[in-house]
Design a protein around this ligand. Sequence first.
Ligand SMILES: [Zn+2]
Length: 302
Amino acid sequence: MSKKVWIPLLILAVLLIGYYALFMQAPTVEQSNYEIQLDQMRKLTDGDQLPEAINSLIIAEGSFPSAAVVAGESLFSKSPLVFSSFQIQYGDGKTIILDTAHDKRLQEENFSGNPFYQDQFDKMQAAMLKADSIIATHEHVDHVGGIAQSPNLDKIEAKVHLTEEQINGPTIEAAEFPKGSLEKLSALKYDTIDHFAPGIVLQKAPGHSVGSQLVYVRLKNGHEFLFIGDVAWSMRNIDERVGRPGLISWFFLHENRDQVANQLTALNKFKKDHPEVQIVIAHDPANLEEIRKDQGVGSDFQ
Ligand SMILES: [Zn+2]
């Protein structure tokens, strides 16, 4: 074969291999080494004065190409995203805020041109002032940004309970906490599983980030929820057991892809074995719509 022919063929082959590695492939496992400790979550919350409601607020919206959300999907279709905050409400008026999205400036930087709801951000900030605790599924900017950029950070810092992995993780920097403020937070320390509050259990789930955790919430009406943060960005990640493509995992998120693959397989099985527990995916708008419609999750904060 002449040089003229094989050089373009070689370039084509390299491009195809590169495209496959960056966009088409994510590790999958048949047997997960990650166990979602539902029995323990239930045992720990037995006899608790359980919370009575969960409310949600959409702070911002955005979208990614579907190829960035699920490896192997199209580069040309879009997957919509929501950036939400949740309020867990007790009968005695106590509340816990879970995840806080990010502020307008960071929305413009990361998702320019997509909606940002300043009124909802302000409402979340007011709810954080009144809340008893503020926690996060993980330490990424779109989950702790509302804390870092809070106009009331000095007033809420005593009730912010980020884990030691979240505070010390390499990716929290992007949330741009004011200088010295992270050091003032008292780190939440636990081994694998933590009975954080009545009806609420945390379980470590490192992979998407070092500080990722599952948040189990059991309500007085019997409804159970498992907030998984960004282990998946879409229910398709769980249903198909396919994670994000290498381009996103390696270069943008610095994920541990094996841990995520094990968690996706565990969640796939969990969803089949425990349809009574509602999985909540942080950024999946269809999932949010479903929990609002079918599980009575409020669409406004109290
Ligand atoms: Zn996120």
